[in-house]
Design a protein around this ligand. Structure first.
Ligand SMILES: [Zn+2]
Length: 261
């Protein structure tokens, strides 16, 4: 009996150390990030904080909107509350643009059955649960989740949803089908980049990025591609941190800083 207690004690101690290490790792990872400001309004864009992630409501007109990502909550409560504050309901959401197929960005999709769901082609299977992220492929098996991507997106295309223009850029790295979207002068980065507390843009955290080198290369390419439209970009919105409002500058600075590497 004594022996059993001793083993249990050691196991509990190991578990404690593991939890502590994980806690420290998460703290170090997220403490440098600009906090998400729930309800922050830019011109035609509203930030909705859903725990550790954000989704964005993008105005189409007075009574219809698009979403960039759908949050981590299966019932999409934070988004529904934000819509309700404007007197809008589920049916107001006409389109959902997924920055990538990870669950913390797609969980709320099914709460909007009338919305057309769009994602870059390489992440469609991940978004629909028919594929598992390569980081987890040894621990999990695919399980279709009911999400149907109505329209696979292509790099470089511009979509019109009502009067709203959405420009699509492939930024592979965090996942193979990670996308950045430019809509209403906001550049939505998903998990491909992070906003830091001192107003800079950093690459996606290596711990959660499938291919960190590819992510950095994608950000450099995006900076070059957007240079001709620099005046159109008023803000940069990352999914797990706050919105940067210095135009394209943070991305251009990131790219310039990468040149010597
Ligand atoms: Zn995420």
């Amino acid at each position: 009996m004594k022996r059993v207690f001793k083993i249990l004690k050691i196991l509990a101690l190991c578990l404690g150390v593991l939890v502590l290490a994980l806690g420290i790792l998460l703290f170090v990872t997220f403490s440098g990030g600009l906090p998400i400001a729930d309800g922050q309004r830019l011109d035609g864009v509203e930030v909705v904080k859903d725990g550790i992630v954000s989704a964005f409501i993008v105005d189409i007109d007075d009574h219809s909107v698009a979403l960039v990502d759908a949050g981590n909550d299966r019932q999409a409560q934070p988004i529904l509350h934000a819509l309700a504050r404007r007197g809008l309901g589920v049916e107001a959401v006409k389109a959902i643009f997924l920055t990538h197929g990870d669950r913390d960005h797609t969980a709320g999709v099914l709460a909007f059955p009338r919305a057309e769901v769009m994602a870059l082609e390489p992440d469609v299977a991940l978004a629909e649960g028919r594929a598992v992220k390569s980081l987890f492929k040894h621990f999990a098996s695919p399980r279709p989740n009911g999400i149907k991507v109505a329209r696979p997106l292509r790099d470089g295309e511009t979509l019109q949803v009502g009067g709203l223009d959405v420009r699509v850029f492939a930024v592979p790295g965090h996942t193979p089908g990670s996308a950045a979207f430019l809509a209403r002068s906001v550049l939505f980065m998903g998990d491909s980049a992070e906003a830091t507390k001192d107003g800079k843009l950093a690459a996606g955290h290596w711990l959660f990025t499938e291919n960190p080198a590819q992510d950095r290369a994608s950000l450099r390419q995006l900076a070059a591609r957007l240079q001709p439209f620099a005046a159109e970009v008023k803000a940069i919105a990352c999914a797990h941190s706050g919105v940067l409002t210095r135009g394209l500058a943070p991305l251009a600075e990131f790219a310039a800083g990468e040149k010597g590497h």
